[in-house]
Write a protein that binds this ligand. Sequence first.
Ligand code: IPM
Ligand code: MN
Length: 343
Amino acid sequence: MTKHVAVVPGDLAGREVVPEAVKVLRALGLGYEFEEFEVGAAPLLRGEPAMSEETFRQIAGADAILFGAIGDPRVPDVGYAAQVLLRMRFELDLYANLRPARLYDDRLSPLRDPERRSVDLLIVRENTEGLYVGAGGRFRRGTEHEVAIQEDVNTYRGVTRILECGFRHARRRLCMVDKSNAVHHAGGLWQERWAELRARHPEIETRHLYVDAAALELVRDPTQFEVIVTGNLFGDILSDLTAALIGGMGLAPSANLNFETGQGLFEPVHGSAPTIAGKGIVNPLGAILSAGMMVAHLGEGEAAKRIEEAVAAAIRAGECTRDLGGSLSTAEAGDAVARRLAD
Ligand code: IPM
Ligand code: MN
């Protein structure tokens, strides 16, 4: 059956990188059907919802969602980006956010010691709970007595399924990251679920780190990690850190998945990049690698591998955008990958 892909570029940089990802998918000749949806600042500034109910319904019905980025300085509400993206993550229950970090070329590493550069790890980020659920409130607003409460929501089921996801993705080593020494209600639940699941997976070498130590170890020697499983906020923060270890935000891909429904949303980790968007210089490789993760999820492992190899080859040839040391435009960088797949 033909796979139906919902293409949702969103705002600014998203509108520049998603077409390159689609270009690469077309070059592979997988026969996907693409349908584009308008979501973000454009409809909002016309007085319509950023994502209409009808659009949401249709996107939710696709076999996969290829997403760009949300955020536009013309929209003053800072929560607007989160509303659209988090709504999709939450309502589709895309509980696993997979964020791989792989170094494709030595020159992209910021680390001095060549022995410690070769990052090849995966962050498994919980994607539907934690501080992101929006529980809490602001009271006595506008006064000097204001109180702001943001609840950290952790459920037995939510913690269990993300830890299980971590174990499924680990071949040899899994590291669980929390802050249970200070945040002990939530941390206690993570620790208990972790203890039980570790006992069930004696074949996996397990390790626990507090998030502060994990940040340090990731910079000191990222080669020690294979899979890191952690909560929503820590996963968000650490995945920006790991992006910096492989060449920056432009290169980091992600998959938001629900393994039970099979639904998935694939997006570069970077945002809409208002300061550099619109000049034709944003890096499309994070979006292209995300499309690769989508292809893998849709059952085409070989094609997914070819995308990643083409990206690596383009980077090594210096056929990439300026952030990676090249001189190509966004579209040319997309061509450099597509060309390697066409033959
Ligand atoms: C990300 C982003 C989002 C997040 C923002 C835009 C809500 O930073 O995907 O990492 O925090 O999850
Ligand atoms: Mn982030």
